[in-house]
Design a protein around this ligand. Structure first.
Ligand code: E4P
Length: 218
């Protein structure tokens, strides 16, 4: 299972990369805005900076919503670095663009996916990744994991190669549930990944070992 970090914050990406367990990065326009990045040139430079930190796929999202605009923007983004993945929204022109990019060897991530039908379309269009938004589904009192389960089953039925990138992950339990269901990738804030570390018995056990170690090292 791949771990991506879901942020545009360079310090957080560096901290995650230093752990040695990060396989890529996902960004979106909201995450970029949160970092205060303004202007086309600065946005493109920020993507270049992220790509230099991480030896893995970096999703950069288009903001155009028409086919020609998505293709133009996607080609510009893809030219920034070898590890750029063009993130395209699940809309009609987005599906057309995914298909175009797939035929032209440009890696893609189909974003804003909330149903199995949308995930099926993304796979048919040849998306490299599909991003079901788990947390946002949970927010409206449906179970995001049901969607992961459905997509895993549908893709297995037909041998689709599109990788299931579980997104909008909010906590460590989301990560382990996705792993149990067979999602290919989770993208999460660093906090959710670090949450996997925590177990009270580890803390108690370590305190005891350290206390006993002192006895052997008077
Ligand atoms: C995915 O690629 C998105 O960037 C992200 O996971 C959305 O998460 P949110 O629902 O916490 O904004």
């Amino acid at each position: 299972m791949k771990f991506f970090i879901d942020t545009a914050n360079l310090a957080e990406i560096e901290e995650a990369a230093a752990l040695g367990i990060i396989d890529g990065v996902t960004t979106n326009p909201s995450l970029m805005a949160k970092e205060g990045i303004k202007g086309e040139a600065n946005i493109l430079q920020h993507y270049r900076d992220i790509c230099k930190i991480v030896d893995g796929d970096v999703s950069a999202e288009v903001v155009a919503t028409d086919f020609e605009g998505i293709v133009k923007e996607g080609e510009e983004l893809a030219a920034l670095a070898d590890n750029i993945v063009v993130k395209v929204p699940m809309i009609k022109d987005g599906v057309k663009a995914l298909s175009h990019f797939s035929k032209n060897g440009i890696a893609t991530n189909c974003t804003l996916v909330f149903s199995a039908g949308q995930a099926l379309l993304a796979a048919k269009a040849g998306a490299t990744y599909v991003s079901p938004f788990i947390g946002r589904i949970d927010d409206v009192t449906w179970d995001g994991m049901d969607l992961i389960n459905d997509i895993v089953e549908i893709y297995a039925n037909y041998g689709f190669e599109t990788q299931i990138l579980a997104a909008s992950i909010r906590n460590p339990l989301h990560i382990t549930k996705c792993a149990l269901l067979g999602a290919d990738v989770v993208t999460c804030p660093l906090k959710a990944i670090l949450g996997l570390l925590k177990h009270p018995l580890t803390d108690i056990g370590l305190a005891k070992f350290l206390a006993d170690a002192k006895k052997s090292r008077p």
